[in-house]
Design a protein around this ligand. Structure first.
Ligand SMILES: NC(=O)c1ccc[n+]([C@@H]2O[C@H](COP(=O)([O-])OP(=O)(O)OC[C@H]3O[C@@H](n4cnc5c(N)ncnc54)[C@H](O)[C@@H]3O)[C@@H](O)[C@H]2O)c1
Length: 254
């Protein structure tokens, strides 16, 4: 226990799905947790629950695709808890449809959340992370970074970018004691995962329960992603940098 004692963690998308699981787990492991999520999310309630259970958390609202909102939220988090030494770039969204019907505004919107969001948040957090001695960045990628799914050209492209973002940050900043890794889940039983399966099935893509079972056994639990992220966040992973940790029960090993 207490593998994150003395750390300050910021988790984007920390009010729902795997982000929520990570907020709760990181707090139980001793971190002060800043939950960055949309204004209409459950962020405030999640922070209150963590505080009532003896942990330390706060909610900072922002849309990760807005530089102004991100900068304000990171400032608030740092004022409350000090420099952030664990950043989990988890917030993301899904889109599916035939490539030729994908509009420019859909492209810009999803790239804005999944990719630009990671860029904006990391840029806002990194200076004080470095000044305070270093830290660990975990970027949520996906099996979709390396496996194409029909009807998901846009989504897969965003996750490919997240995959490489984690690695490129690692090589540029390792001399300043920054580790940056990606966690890459298979299909998870979260709102995002269920919506993705529903969208794909509606479009005729073969992602039946049997198909998921043959590729990864079952749906991944959000806590399983949070535990992999905890390893990367903690000093247990002190020499793990620029890695892609697949949490997919062999989906990509087949
Ligand atoms: N669910 C899956 O099957 C799956 C698989 C692989 C990777 N992922 C990745 O996990 C991440 C989210 O997945 P989840 O399953 O935990 O989802 P989820 O939908 O349950 O939770 C996502 C959280 O992100 C927040 N969020 C969404 N857009 C935001 C924005 N613009 N600004 C701030 N917060 C925002 C939501 O409010 C929510 O709390 C994404 O990066 C996704 O690509 C999911």
């Amino acid at each position: 226990m207490a593998r994150l004692q003395g750390k300050v963690a910021l988790i984007t998308g920390g009010a729902g799905g795997c982000g929520l699981a990570a907020s709760e787990l990181f707090a139980r492991e001793g971190a002060k947790v800043a939950i960055l999520d949309l204004p209409n999310s459950q962020g405030e309630a999640v922070a209150a629950r963590i505080n009532a259970a003896g942990g330390e958390a706060c909610f900072v609202s922002a849309d990760v695709s807005s530089s102004e909102q991100v900068e304000r939220a990171i400032r608030h988090a740092e004022e409350r808890f000090g420099a952030i030494n664990v950043l989990m770039n988890h917030a993301g969204n899904i889109a599916a449809g035939p490539f030729l019907e994908t509009t420019e505004s859909e492209w810009d919107r999803l790239m804005g959340i999944n990719v630009k969001g990671m860029f904006l948040v990391t840029k806002a957090v990194l200076p004080n992370m470095i000044a305070s001695g270093g830290g660990s960045i975990i970027c949520t990628s996906s099996i979709s970074a390396v496996v194409g799914t029909p009807m998901e050209v846009l989504y897969c492209t965003t996750k490919g970018a997240c995959h490489m973002f984690a690695r490129a940050i690692a090589v540029e900043y390792r001399d300043r004691n920054i580790r940056s890794n990606a966690v890459c889940p298979g299909f998870i039983g979260t709102a995002h995962g269920q919506r993705e399966l529903q969208l794909l099935r509606g479009l005729g893509v073969e992602v039946s329960d049997e198909n998921i079972a043959s590729m990864q056994g079952r749906l991944c639990d959000p806590e399983e992603v949070a535990k992999a992220a905890l390893f990367l966040a903690s000093d247990d992973a002190s020499f793990v940098n620029g890695a892609h940790l697949f949490v997919d029960n062999g989906y990509t090993a087949l």
